[in-house]
Design a protein around this ligand. Structure first.
Ligand SMILES: Cc1ncc(COP(=O)(O)O)c(C=O)c1O
Length: 360
């Protein structure tokens, strides 16, 4: 079966295995916050209609001021991007013709961006329990110019520890190796102090990128940013096309970022649903990653080789999971599922119980 490279395309995912999901479709394939988009967003749109007919402010003054307030960083250390994806491609572009290290399974766009700019890639694998192979990574740091790390990692949801990261950053300082940390899902972490942002002050070889697309559930608008030393930001800015961030996104950013109530509701929802899912999935005999965010990997502990059958069973019940065929090192052995709203997660558990109760 040939499945789309990314989640969030339920009809295409179902069609790719010759099936059609009818009626209500439960999309567990994209890791988008089900609490969003905020209801007030549509009230703001009339005000922002004029942005459609104008070029955005090329300096995005208001958006940068809001981001700078939110992050407690100087605007010179920030670069607004058209989603996390643009950030990845801008960074890869700086390493044109050089060497990169990628730890699989992880987000596929690091590899695509490296290929686009002729960056030679070395791969390492997470270990059996999806921990980072830190000693093997340390050995490779000297051989490459840049390391792409996803933290929390997509698709496993696991985190590289601060101690491990600092170990690699120190090595990187000695060997002139840059460490890029993709924090696309950091806003979902129960404890946001787990962000590596505070290390930026100590390690000039660290670049952090983030997406706002997931947390605010705005994949059609797109928003992201890079946090790094001012010299990095200047270099990246030179590579960025003009008006890369659209005027509607830029106009919404101050209000989005200051909506603390939304962030609090998101954390409450996620904590409650993660606890419920962990308890019920374990009781039903499913193996799943202990994720720190809004998605997890799953396979049937009793039928570990039946993941493709489980995929089809879920689609037949209108649940669209994300297959893991194109995640190197997972090769379809697991499904990735988003943590959705309470009623969607309840439906998923009901269908998984049905799967468990049926004869093999
Ligand atoms: C780890 C990771 N980084 C970056 C991105 C891209 O983010 P955006 O949708 O904001 O471009 C994604 C999207 O799936 C992702 O999973």
């Amino acid at each position: 079966m040939v499945l789309p490279a990314h989640g969030g395309q339920p009809a295409r995912i179902a069609a790719s295995i010759g099936m059609e999901a009818e009626g209500r479709v439960y999309d567990f394939s994209a890791n988008i916050n089900p609490i969003g988009p905020q209801a007030w967003l549509s009230d703001q749109l009339p005000r922002l209609m004029k942005e459609i007919a104008n070029y955005p402010d090329p300096e995005y003054k208001e958006a940068y001021a809001a981001l700078s307030r939110q992050e407690g960083m100087n605007p010179e250390q920030l670069l607004l991007t058209n989603g996390g994806a643009e950030a990845i491609f801008l960074i890869a572009q700086l390493f044109h013709g050089k060497k990169a290290l990628i730890i699989d399974p992880t987000f596929s766009e690091y590899e695509r961006a490296c290929r686009a700019f002729d960056v030679e890639i070395t791969h390492l694998q997470l270990n059996q329990s999806f921990r980072f192979p830190v000693e093997a990574m340390a050995q490779r740091v000297a051989e490459v110019d840049v390391v792409f790390l996803c933290r929390p990692n997509n698709p496993t949801g696991t985190l590289l520890s601060f101690t491990e990261l600092e170990y690699l950053l120190k090595l990187g300082l000695e060997t002139d190796t840059t460490i890029v940390i993709d924090e696309a899902f950091v806003h979902f972490l129960f404890e946001t102090e787990l962000s590596v942002k505070k290390l930026l002050a100590f390690y000039p070889n660290l670049i952090v990128l983030r997406s706002l697309t997931k947390i605010f559930a705005i994949p059609g608008l797109r928003a992201g940013y890079i946090m790094a030393g001012a010299d990095w930001v200047q270099k990246l800015q030179k590579k960025q096309p003009p008006w890369s961030v659209n005027g509607i996104t830029a106009g919404l950013l101050p209000a989005l970022l200051s909506d603390e109530n939304f962030m609090a509701r998101t954390k409450d929802w996620l904590k409650g649903e993660c606890e419920k899912l962990t308890e019920n999935l374990t009781a039903l005999g499913f193996i799943h990653t202990v994720s720190s965010v809004n998605f997890y990997l799953l396979k049937d502990g009793n039928r570990p080789n039946d993941t493709e059958k489980l995929f089809r069973f879920l689609v037949a019940n209108n649940i669209i999971p994300r297959d893991t065929d194109n995640f190197k090192g997972l090769d379809g052995r697991y499904l990735r599922l988003a943590v959705r709203s309470a009623d969607e997660n309840d439906y998923l558990l009901q269908v998984l119980k049905k799967w468990r109760d049926q004869p093999c």
